[in-house]
Design a protein around this ligand. Structure first.
Ligand SMILES: [Zn+2]
Length: 302
């Protein structure tokens, strides 16, 4: 993958987690586990993908298999069984199968565009950054009630509490948000080529990066969606398979605007909202008339 040399990513030793991630004295979340079950409760069906204790109470992260809406629910009151064969025909099962079947080499694992839906899908990455976020861009999203996916890293959450507050208000202003896990520390070494970088750095703890960031998201009031975006869109096949085994859909993009990839019907558009890639934001507004003609849709309708 081409890489813009002026993009400033946060650089971090892959094995050295910052102190706030080494476990608070009394963590809100304990016993965080991957699970897979078909459940009913609250008058609908769910796929339960995580279970954990939240302040000592048994809770689960559950997915509506048709709408892909995720919810954090008390386990009490859910009635669960093994997945039925019908699961593969649900919207969730279809997207997992689509992502599993896609061939790739290190770059852009998983779903990169919609095979059926002619709209475009707006995704923005919040990799760790010392800069202020793209305020005008997110205000435009809010004012135009545009569905958006926000890929968020644990280190960005830690450094930007006020900006996170603004983003959390988007849904109540009419702009639906899909919260996408973008790893806990977003490992990166500016001295290395992409093919040896990001999650391919030696010593990256994929489990901690993925499941640890889910917990950070939940502790900060965000409900993780079923999507995961690899830092730099770079991964191995084995890592993509691991993400799928955790019931998550790797989220790529076929229109990373700052890399001069143009959106067409069905495209997943990628811009950075963290202030590190202003050219992508400029191109977003420049090409906006084309995007509006195609129309924006939510990732749940990929
Ligand atoms: Zn990133």
């Amino acid at each position: 993958m081409k890489h813009l040399p002026w993009i400033l990513f946060f650089s971090l030793q892959a094995h050295a987690l910052p102190s706030f991630m080494q476990g608070p004295e009394s963590p809100q979340i304990q016993d965080y586990q991957v699970t897979q079950a078909q459940c009913s409760g609250l008058r609908q069906d769910w796929i339960l993908i995580r279970q954990f204790k939240f302040h000592g109470v048994g809770m689960g992260l559950a997915v509506n298999p048709q709408s892909l809406a995720t919810n954090i629910l008390p386990l009490r009151g859910l009635h669960c069984n093994a997945l039925s064969s019908h699961f593969s025909q649900t919207n969730y099962g279809r997207l997992l199968t689509l992502a599993r079947g896609r061939d790739f080499e290190q770059d852009n694992a998983g779903v990169t565009r919609s095979p059926l839906n002619p709209h475009v899908f707006l995704t923005t990455d919040l990799c760790p950054s010392s800069k202020v976020f793209e305020k005008d861009f997110y205000e435009w999203v809010r004012d135009h009630k545009t569905p958006i996916a926000i890929s968020i890293s644990g280190l960005w959450i830690q450094e930007h509490p006020e900006e996170l507050k603004v983003l959390k208000e988007l849904p109540s202003a009419g702009a639906p948000v899909t919260w996408v896990n973008h790893s806990l520390t977003h490992p990166y070494d500016r001295a290395l080529p992409d093919g040896k970088n990001f999650f391919l750095l030696l010593g990256v703890d994929v489990r901690e990066e993925v499941l640890g960031n889910e917990q950070t998201m939940i502790e900060n009031g965000l409900t993780p969606s079923v999507f995961f975006r690899f830092p730099g869109l770079i991964s191995s096949r084995a890592m993509a398979d691991q993400i799928l085994a955790w019931n998550l859909i790797p989220l790529g993009a076929d229109a990373w605007l700052a890399l001069d990839q143009k959106a067409r019907p069905g495209s997943i558009i990628l811009v950075h909202g963290n202030g590190n890639e202003p050219r992508g934001i400029h191109l977003f507004f420049q090409d906006l008339p084309d995007f509006l003609k195609m129309g924006f849709d939510s990732l749940s309708r990929l």
